[in-house]
Design a protein around this ligand. Structure first.
Ligand code: G3P
Length: 220
């Protein structure tokens, strides 16, 4: 399973990269706004900075909602850097855009996916990635694991190459559940990625090892 980080924060992207497990980055307009990046030039520059830090795919989302606008904006994003994946919303115009970019060999990430039907349509249109939002479904008392399992079954039934990119990850169990079901990628905040490291028994065990070693090797 690939690990992406879901942030536009350069320091956090660097930290995940230093850990050596990072395969890519996803951003969205809310995450870009959180970093206070304004203006087309700065936004493009920020995406380029992200691409300089990581080696894998970097999702950059269009903010146009019509086909012509998404085509123009997505084209500019794709030309910016070979690592850029054009992130497009799950709408009628978005599906047309995904098909258009697919035919041009430009990678896409279909975002805001909440049902198996939407996931099927995005794969049929040729999306490179499809992003189901787990946390937002769970927030509404809907089992997000069920959606990942349905998507896995549908994509495997027909051999779709579209990758399941589980998004809106809130905690470590989302990541573990995705791995158990067979999502291709999870994109998570740094806190959830680092959360996988922690276990109280690891901390207790390490403290005991060091204490025992010190007692024998350096008894002073
Ligand atoms: O990038 C899309 C997604 O990961 C958003 O997550 O936490 O805002 O639901 P969240």
């Amino acid at each position: 399973m690939k690990f992406f980080i879901d942030t536009a924060n350069l320091a956090q992207i660097r930290e995940a990269q230093e850990l050596g497990i990072l395969d890519g980055v996803t951003t969205n307009p809310s995450l870009m706004a959180k970093e206070g990046i304004k203006g087309d030039k700065n936004i493009m520059g920020h995406y380029a900075d992200i691409c300089d830090i990581v080696e894998g795919d970097v999702s950059a989302e269009v903010i146009s909602t019509d086909f012509e606008g998404m085509k123009e904006e997505g084209g500019r994003l794709a030309r910016l850097h070979e690592q850029i994946v054009v992130k497009v919303p799950m709408t009628f115009e978005g599906i047309k855009t995904i098909r258009y970019f697919g035919e041009k060999g430009i990678k896409t990430n279909c975002t805001l996916v909440f049902s198996a039907g939407q996931a099927l349509l995005a794969a049929k249109a040729g999306a490179t990635y499809v992003s189901p939002f787990l946390g937002r479904l769970d927030d509404m008392s809907t089992d997000s694991s069920q959606l990942i399992a349905e998507m896995r079954m549908i994509y495997d039934n027909y051999g779709y190459n579209t990758k399941i990119l589980a998004a809106s990850i809130r905690h470590t169990m989302h990541i573990v559940n995705c791995a158990k079901i067979g999502a291709d990628v999870v994109t998570a905040p740094l806190s959830a990625l680092k959360g996988l490291i922690s276990h109280t028994l690891t901390d207790i065990g390490l403290a005991k090892f060091l204490e025992d070693y010190k007692r024998v090797i350096d008894p002073s």
